[in-house]
Write a new protein. Sequence first.
Length: 95
Amino acid sequence: MASKGQKQRIYDEEFKTMIVNKHVIEGLSYATLSQKYDVSSGTILTWVRKLKYSGTLVAGRRGRQKPPTEAEYKEKYEILKKFQTFCEEVDRKKK
């Protein structure tokens, strides 16, 4: 967590990708990359893990999701009705 008045650094995607590739492809250690590019080794570790698990370094949407609108509820209701009638037809054919 940042201290009061401390500014967080923002790194562009190209810079992150370059550093992650140097670790993954060239095999440079986190400490070496940290000293060379003045980035925390924990930050580099986070980037590598993020790329490994999500496949991208771009930040996703954060925060609370917006509640569904009435139109979305109606659309979901119609889909469920169609699915229910389909299931009933399948049950009739089985009997």
